[in-house]
Design a protein around this ligand. Structure first.
Ligand code: KG4
Ligand code: ZN
Length: 356
């Protein structure tokens, strides 16, 4: 079975073609970073308009790269949420329009299920049950995965997502957008002994996170530095970046260890944009080794948003729907019950609503 995957939930236009026998046949990505950089963050209307420009040429490119004609596509999967509603509508309109014209099913995919399943494209792949840490720009969640499609949220951020905290902190330090990679780069020349930031919520039981307090801590430290030296030096920025990243990584690692112990699992899947962070990866590896657990990541290019994870999750959605395991709440239409010309997307969509 061949599934075309379309991702347009935020500032990345991603398209891929997945073959259930042969794997990922082709994938292409257009990042809108340059478009949004001058505003220091994603401008939703600009994002939607750029998806309109990029999507169809990218689909053509992917089919060509894969050496496939449209007759060889068996389904079209697209991100139906959560995300920016205008951006989601573009992907939904194109995906559902194509599916309608080609006479194949359109499959609504949950963006976070896409992230969660992306490590299963690698070898060795984790096998359910496992624990997943999803760390993106919009979400920070620990998920117990009993089977593909069966998710229980063990804990999540009560305020900012980890990626969002990286982005806001980077902005505060005058670093470029997107903040996560820029902050990680700045931290490389940071002095590990200069500042120590608090590890939020680690002394409380449970698996929830909170990152907004760290932002305030960063702001105060930044202003103190600037007041002392009559401005912020490059070394101040590096040292603060290091302390911030250190605190976020430690907090995530501690909660992952707690989740592994609580569930008795020895497999941890880590996905979403922040899973590209090298310091986080090093510390997770050290923790996992002590715990006798294994950590699984997506390929680096599939950590941040991409079409491949949507094609792959779409394949699993379709497989589950065909097996009759769905409860009809999966955004949709893969069960064929929704009128074909509707464009159902959800800006907010709890992962647990995929299954009752
Ligand atoms: O998964 P993603 O591409 O989009 C969402 O679904 O939100 O994640 C984007 C987030 C951004 O907040 C970005 O700053 C962060 O992932 N990110 C990183 C790194 N690469 C991307 N954060 C820390 N370190 C990185 N290397
Ligand atoms: Zn994402």
């Amino acid at each position: 079975m061949r599934i075309l995957g379309i991702e347009t939930s935020c500032d990345e236009t991603g398209v891929a073609l997945y073959d259930s026998e042969r794997g990922m046949l082709a994938d292409a990505l257009f990042s809108q970073i340059d478009l949004h950089a001058e505003y220091g963050g994603v401008v939703p209307e600009l994002a939607s308009r750029d998806h309109v420009r990029r999507l169809v040429p990218l689909i053509r490119q992917v089919l060509e790269q894969a050496g496939c004609t449209r007759e060889q596509v068996d389904a079209v999967a697209y991100t139906a949420g959560p995300g920016l509603v205008g951006a989601l509508m573009v992907g939904a309109a194109v995906a559902r329009g194509l599916a309608y014209a080609w006479g194949v099913p359109a499959v609504a995919v949950h963006h976070m299920e896409g992230h969660l399943l992306a490590p299963l494209l690698e070898q060795p792949a984790p096998s359910a049950p496992f624990v997943a840490l999803l760390v993106s720009g919009g979400h920070t969640q620990l998920v117990q995965v009993a089977a593909i499609g069966q998710y229980e949220i063990l804990g999540e951020s009560l305020d900012d997502a980890a990626g969002e905290a990286f982005d806001k902190t980077a902005k505060m330090l005058g670093l470029s957008y997107p903040g996560g990679p820029a902050l990680a780069r700045a931290a490389e020349s940071g002095d590990p002994d200069r500042f120590h930031f608090p590890r939020p919520m680690v002394d409380r039981p449970g698996l929830d996170f909170s990152f907004s307090g760290l932002k305030t801590f960063t702001l105060t430290t930044r202003d103190q530095c600037a007041a002392k030296a009559g401005g912020l030096t490059a070394q101040d920025v590096a040292d603060i970046a290091w302390a911030f990243q250190d605190a976020v990584a430690d907090t995530l690692v501690l909660k992952c260890r707690r989740a592994l112990r609580q569930t008795g699992s020895d497999q941890l899947v880590v996905a979403g944009g922040v899973s590209a962070n090298q310091v986080l990866r090093e510390r997770l590896a050290a923790m996992a080794q002590k715990e006798g657990a294994q950590v699984f990541y997506p390929a680096l290019r599939y950590c941040t948003d991409n079409g491949a994870m949507i094609a792959f999750a779409g394949y699993h959605r379709l497989r589950l729907a065909q097996a009759g395991a769905g409860n009809g709440k999966n955004g949709g239409e893969s069960d064929g019950k929704l009128p074909e010309l509707q464009l159902p997307v959800r800006a907010r969509w709890p992962l647990t609503e995929l299954y009752a």
